[in-house]
Design a binder for this molecule. Structure first.
Ligand code: SF4
Length: 442
């Protein structure tokens, strides 16, 4: 989920910059280190916000930590993430390097630049496919984190697990490391769709993993579903949705397919070898899935995310509710409150720098109060509850109502958002066209 969000965000920003907006249900990551985006914000400031008071609030809440594991069994056809095919020697080198990065966090410009407590209440192992690693590895990494930061009790610790990687024995070990939550990448329960996607597992692998995870005692399980893949129909997707609901997971994430530059899928679609689903079909698919999941006892709390009551992802909520999080590992992104940053994406360089010292950060962008305020508005509007304009305005020292009036005035009559009491939220139609709404804040 987290790494998905990261790539999708960049795509959104590019679309916005080139005015090529279209239907978009994409997940936007709060880490913004894109110079186009910063440039647009500066233009906006000079015309509309220059006389506003600004303050930069201190963040006192516990933070989240994202840890990237860039290895997978095989490459999926649609993938644009930073990941390498699994190789035990390389993985061992990487985990040593990652451990060094965690141990030296204290001297990292990232931690020094922040003004936040070192308490951490969510840790997220994303990838890649973290479950290609020996499960004991996560115990080792978690021990390193607790030597540098202060884990709260309770804490949410999530790991992305792909079907076909862990059986009951490994899940038992994983449970013993302190992991509290699994995010299982099912994507589809239809074997021919899984094959087309280039996934390395079958639907049976998924159901086996799911029941083994419950037997191992995992009480918080999320399942990822990919919708909109060429060849999928509403009927085939709904079969997967129903199959997932019948298992009674605690959380479901539904992502619409994105065409990632350089992926086999992108090449095939460019060469005319694949017919992509059009926007109207995608909208139908999204609406049908949302209705079915909600009528099955899940609340939709974010554009792509549904949970049983109280089972929202604490970690991902940090992205959507303007909280601080660190990113550790290759290509990881973080936000310290006053800066966004991303780590280098070249594995060889990452190994070399962690062995000999030097900056791991590829991009570091200082944020002013207005930039963070806008990020918070964009991310907060992804939540079904929306954003409390009064609280947000007080927190950052801006008039949030005027900001919305100036930014979104022509979207209200189109029915894309509504304001009730202090809360601004997207309507169901606004969620379908969220990218258009967000572009008005830039
Ligand atoms: S599992 Fe597939 S989609 Fe996910 S990071 Fe690996 S190759 Fe990419």
């Amino acid at each position: 989920m987290s790494r998905t969000a990261c790539f999708q965000y960049r795509k959104a920003i590019q679309q916005i910059a080139t005015n090529s907006l279209s239907l978009s249900l994409i997940t936007i990551h709060p880490i913004i280190q894109n110079t186009i985006y910063v440039g647009i914000i500066q233009c906006y400031d000079s015309h509309t916000m220059s006389n506003q008071p600004q303050k930069f609030p201190d963040d006192l809440d516990p933070i989240g930590v994202y840890i990237h594991i860039p290895f997978c069994m095989t490459r999926c056809n649609y993938c644009g993430f930073v990941s390498y095919t699994s190789d035990t020697m390389l993985e061992n080198l990487y985990i040593d390097a990652l451990t060094r990065e965690i141990q030296h966090l204290d001297s990292s410009p990232v931690l020094i630049s922040g003004s936040f407590p070192k308490k951490v209440d969510s840790i997220y192992f994303g990838g890649g496919t973290p479950s290609v690693l020996d499960p004991n590895t996560f115990g080792r990494l978690l021990r390193s984190v607790s030597e540098t930061l202060i884990p709260t009790n309770p804490i949410e610790i999530t790991i992305e697990v792909n079907p076909g990687t862990y059986g009951k024995d490994k899940l038992d070990v994983l449970r013993g490391t302190g992991i509290t939550r699994l995010s299982i990448g099912a994507q589809s329960l239809n074997d021919s769709e899984l094959q087309k996607m280039g996934r390395s597992h079958s639907s049976r692998d998924f159901t086996n993993l799911y029941s083994a995870a419950r037997s191992a005692g995992f009480e918080n399980i999320s399942v990822d579903l990919l919708a909109g893949y060429p060849g999928q129909t509403i009927k085939s997707i709904m079969k997967s949705v129903k199959g997932i609901i019948e298992l009674e997971p605690d959380h479901i994430s539904v992502y619409l397919l994105e065409i990632k530059t350089g992926s086999p899928l992108e090449r095939d679609s460019r060469n005319g070898g694949l017919r992509l689903l059009d926007d109207d079909v995608l909208a139908d698919i999204y609406e049908t899935i949302c209705s079915k999941i909600q009528e099955s006892g899940f609340q939709q709390y974010e554009i792509s995310n549904f949970s049983k009551k109280g089972m929202e992802s604490r970690h991902n909520m940090k992205y959507w509710s303007d909280k601080i999080f660190l990113g550790l590992g290759l290509a990881a992104h973080g936000m310290t409150g006053r800066a966004r940053y991303s780590n280098i994406v070249d594995l060889e360089k990452y190994l070399e720098i962690t062995a000999h010292g030097g900056p791991l950060i590829d991009s570091f962008t200082d944020m002013d109060a207005l930039t963070r305020f806008k990020d918070a508005m964009i991310m907060g509007l992804r939540l079904t509850d929306g954003v409390d304009l009064e609280l947000m305005g007080d927190y950052y020292g801006f008039d949030a109502y005027s900001f919305v009036d100036e930014s979104l005035h022509d979207l209200k009559s189109a029915g894309l958002y509504e304001i009730h009491k202090n809360m601004i939220r997207l309507t169901p139609r606004g969620r379908l066209l969220s990218n258009i709404v967000f572009s008005h804040f830039l």
